[in-house]
Ligand binder design. Sequence first.
Ligand code: SAM
Length: 181
Amino acid sequence: MLNNTKSIISFLIKNYIDEVSIAVDMTCGNGIDSKIILDNFNVKKLYCFDIQKEAIDNTKELLKSYFNYELILDNHKNFDKYVKENIDFVIYNLGYLPKGDKNITTNYLDVKDSLVKVLKKLNKKAVIFITFYPGHFFGKIESIEILKFLENLNQKEYIVLKFYFENQKNNPPFFVMVQKI
Ligand code: SAM
């Protein structure tokens, strides 16, 4: 069933996206999205970012049987210090670390800084997924600010698609897919 953001993103990963050589998980958290990337794409390299050591440790544990990835304890707005190649796939799962400190969340200024830079480094057909959690106050502000930015991307250069559950109550999570044309 395509009944939540994760199931639709997984569906698109399996059925829509072909070749991914360089991938970036901008918010690796517990490593679940990173594992999905490594399980579904034959990547040359996956870069995983998080600002919390706990998240990096959790991801390391989940990915211990894989080799083609790098864990980076730094803000995603600095991703270009580490990722020198052009990029085919990027994922952001915003908000706080599940089962972690709810006071440490993503913020739209850093997300925007990283987006401005990453958009210039995408190969043709590269995809970015961004999952938003507007059910909490800062998540709502973050979604408004990032959507404002994405709405203004040139339609000749990027597809910007929003996936939203219209009939779910209480500001459900939603995601945006950005694709470089
Ligand atoms: N993708 C993760 C998974 O599959 O388990 C879940 C990510 S969780 C919703 C959001 C993560 O973003 C948290 O682990 C948090 O520490 C991290 N984060 C917050 N601000 C960040 C920033 N500026 N740069 C990198 N990571 C950040």
